[in-house]
Write a protein that binds this ligand. Structure first.
Ligand SMILES: NC(=O)c1ccc[n+]([C@@H]2O[C@H](COP(=O)([O-])OP(=O)(O)OC[C@H]3O[C@@H](n4cnc5c(N)ncnc54)[C@H](O)[C@@H]3O)[C@@H](O)[C@H]2O)c1
Length: 341
């Protein structure tokens, strides 16, 4: 039986432990230097290690690396060196060269590396991808994604959150960018503008990006953490109970035969008429269903056993990171940027 260890028993690490338990996958151990993690390990009846080297020496079949972002590169490389498959929380790393190195090391060593973009596992997203691949929307033309919500003033009391390296592009948009890539393919180029007009911090509080996909699909992305609004995947995806839910969508994809609103899973069609005088109606794709964190650990276990390929590989996480950095760079320079990988 596969036994998976969780490194980093913080906010998301504890949810991974719960997902493993609910999925019936054995928990090997908890790895975290914080003494509080001993209680988490005890609650699951598994050993607690205070550093990754000790945890790896105990030979888990896989590790979920839910440590702070700055630790991802070093931690994942240690797992790869030990031949232990690793699922790295998003973002894969904080630095693109580190991500390139770790994905290269995993591929060279034949050690599976996965990225924790769990929203790919939402049933409605899987259903949307199936509909797109089946041609239900016809030729894709355009897409739009929204991340509008309001972070409270005291969120910015923590210095790193108002310093370069933070901001909603880096902190939040990776999820949306990864989903757009999952549904629409590779990104050819990006233009963007940003503003810090509301808070005056040295990071953006709003940005708008124009993204052209290899397929020719034109996409707009809106991001702001200074707007009170219901249109973010955080509020609409219902994949994280910490956020207040709304019944709205946050992403729209349109083609010559129909369009999709996600994550509500509404598919709009005029029955192939392609005529603005004809009635247009909606059907609803599957919503709810399996918790995406559960589906993600199941996929990880199956990859370890050689029964599946990763739904989100390390290389996919790398490409999403490169696209995100392209958006940030485009906003900073005013230039059209091609993602570097
Ligand atoms: N997929 C998602 O939706 C999602 C949501 C939240 C966080 N995350 C990601 O998960 C990661 C963790 O975020 P969090 O909010 O749980 O952080 P957190 O601060 O709540 O927890 C991090 C834990 O890692 C431990 N840690 C620090 N250094 C370690 C090391 N070297 N080895 C082992 N453990 C170590 C800390 O003691 C802490 O318990 C981040 O990369 C974050 O971006 C993803």
């Amino acid at each position: 039986m596969t036994a998976i260890s969780v490194a980093g028993a913080g906010l998301i690490g504890r949810r991974h432990l719960e997902a493993l338990r609910l999925a019936g996958i054995a928990i090997h151990s908890v790895i975290d230097p914080d003494p509080a993690a001993a209680e988490v390990a005890a609650a699951h009846g598994v050993p607690h290690f205070t550093d990754l080297a000790a945890g790896l020496a105990a030979r888990p079949d896989g590790i979920i690396l839910a440590t702070p972002n700055a630790h991802h590169a070093e931690g994942a490389l240690a797992c790869i060196a030990a031949g232990v498959p690793v699922l790295v929380e998003k973002p894969l790393t904080t630095d693109l060269d580190d991500a390139i190195a770790l994905v290269g090391a995993g591929e060279a060593g034949g050690v599976p590396v996965l990225t924790g973009h769990h929203r790919r596992h939402l049933p409605v997203i899987q259903a949307a991808r199936t509909r797109i691949e089946a041609g239900a929307l016809g030729t894709l033309v355009a897409a739009h994604a929204m991340f509008w919500l309001a972070k409270p003033d005291d969120y910015f009391d923590t210095p790193w959150r108002r310093a370069p390296g933070a901001g909603p592009i880096y902190v939040n948009l990776i999820h949306d960018v990864d989903l757009l890539r999952f549904l629409l393919g590779e990104i050819a180029s990006v233009r963007a503008v940003s503003s810090n007009r509301v808070r005056g911090n040295p990071i953006e509080d709003a940005a708008a990006a124009l993204v052209t996909f290899d397929s020719g699909v034109l996409c707009t992305i809106q991001v702001s953490d200074a707007i009170v609004a219901p249109w973010s995947f955080e509020f609409t995806g219902h994949d994280n109970p910490a956020y207040p839910p709304t019944d709205q969508s946050a992403m729209w994809i349109g083609g010559t035969l129909g369009s999709l609103a996600l994550p509500r899973g509404e598919e709009w069609s005029d029955g192939g008429a392609r005529d603005w005088w004809q009635p247009i109606s909606r059907t609803t794709l599957l919503r709810g269903g399996t918790d995406p964190l559960l589906a993600q650990v199941r996929n990880f276990a199956d990859v370890i056993l050689g029964r599946a390929t990763p739904v989100c590989s390390g290389r996919e996480g790398l490409k999403s990171l490169a696209a995100l950095i392209a958006i940030k760079t485009a906003a900073e320079t005013g230039e059209t940027v091609t993602p570097r990988v």
